[in-house]
Design a protein. Sequence first.
Length: 398
Amino acid sequence: MIYILLSAIFLFSSGIYSSQTVTLNVSFPKAEVRQDIGSFSKDQKTLVGYAFLESSIQLQLEPLLSIQSQLAFEPIHNLRYYHDNYSNTVLFKDHGLYVKELYVNYGPHNRKVLVGKFSPQFGQAFSHSAGLWGNLGLPEEYELSEKLGVGGHVNTRWLRGTQPLSLTASVFKSDTSPLKHSWLVDRHSETETAINEKELESYALQATSRYRNLFDYYVGYRSIIHAKTDHETGYVFGIIGDSVVNGMAVTRLFEYTNIVNHTGLDAVASYWTYSVNGEKNRRLYSVAYTKFENTLTQASQLQISTGRRLRNNSVWDVGIQYTTGNQNDWYIGSRISIPLHRYTRSLTLKSAYKNDYAALVKNASDTKPTHSLSPNPSSIPSNSGIQSKKPTPFPGFY
């Protein structure tokens, strides 16, 4: 269905305009190699190597209409899977390529509507400046990603003269299309879900604003439908602030999330996350702490990393992650992240549809009919002023 929708929009756009510029933008926001050694309660230690590559693709059909896509090449299993199932060194095993996002985006920058596969907004702690692992493990449990549906956002204000307000809303379901699979190694069997796959019954809302130019804050709410249990509800509140301390650029994040019937279980889950990230003289520092608890169990997670931004803007860093609770594990890891070049190309598409039709209308309007009973030959328009070529029944298809 998505492929048909994208093809129809492209044909419609190229068929209406006489000349149209289509711009293709390709960027690689994430290209890195990472390795870590982990240990668990059974004292099993395994060295694992991973590769990550993400590409963002934008096809700008016209100023208000574009197609957005994000491809990802990465391990199809989570971090713990490799350490739990292998006892020796594992390098770049079970990596797959899949479509993370693919949607049609319509509207100006301050208000947009999107249709397709995307990640609804609900919280930020799972991916906001999370150090060398790229995400915070415990908050990642409530991240919304790879959903099919309809969403949009609008930039407005609470009241006239107040700080800007960004509102996002989406209705969605789990991805049941062929896009859920990955190439090279199929990940479908590892991503089973209990969410109802028939209707767009789940939704998420989030509002983001700023307080007196000091910090940004956001509040969100979500309702997730599960197949055989009561639906899940949750809310999130977060604060993000930037400052300069002794010449160091510092970003702080605090986020609290409360979820009822999380993943369909009859339990109330709470997540508290606090992180600090800094950079000074190309030195990078990151500390993040998350506390999780529900009516059944509790856990906490600490991540600390430090590194250096190299001259070509590459990043090398090392760090440690320690988790308490049922997992009770730790990791020591290192990462090299390399920026790749951005590729942009513009193509001009031409269609004869508008030109032929405009000429036909113009010639017809310029030809004035005569009503004399005894026509004067000089008053009859010559054939040179009449469009002799008949228009095709379906212009643009021949």
